[in-house]
Ligand binder design. Sequence first.
Ligand code: F6R
Length: 241
Amino acid sequence: MKIIVANTEKEFGELAFAEIKKVLDKNPACTLGLATGSTPIPLYDEMAKDHQQNGTSYKQVHSFNLDEYVGLPKEHPESYISFMTRNLFSRIDIDMRNVNIPNGLASDIPTECARYSDLLAHAQVDIQVLGIGGNGHIAFNEPNTPFDSTTHQVFLTQKTISDNARFFNGIDEVPKSALTMGIGEIFKAKKLLMLASGKNKADAVYRMIRGEITPSCPASILQNHPDVVVILDKDAAALLV
Ligand code: F6R
């Protein structure tokens, strides 16, 4: 596991982008695994800036997002398809036909989970961007999710609901359920790029890197992956020194 601590938010975005760019340079038709939330925004800003200034193209890129809320209309500003379109897809030249996000509006949720798992089983994610929850979750795999899980529906913990309330007009508006890529599927990516920033992540980051490998901290499984880059800001790295 390679751990890098950024000095500024700009550097955080640049360091994360450097990892994505290496993969893109090697294979312009690569498959990116993408995450939502506030943490990857500096990365998406760098991708957009580089696309605009240097013309890096995503025309041949395929992407898989980690998760989506259940029941939130696609046009709701906090649906993950809206988030990704606003923060990344509309700012680069990716072909939207190559974009994959679980459909949280599917009438048959088990069939939708099986469809997404099947797509992932036939793909090879070259680099998967990850964030970490304050409780150690990755994607929406909450504590005690089996390490070999595939795409499934989750009921969010109270901690995740209250953490995500900042994006909504109050806690009651936060969806209680989501579809998430499973830990087993995340683990199959060739490379994992874990990003964490802020004091509220310091404890989870410590448990991910130094703690026991246990389903009670889903991110701890990263210790077993052969190619992980962790980019932290100073606050998130605070307990590691
Ligand atoms: C989002 C996701 C979540 C977030 C995590 C951190 O697609 O999979 O695991 O990465 O909840 O969220 P932020 O970055 O908002 O602190």
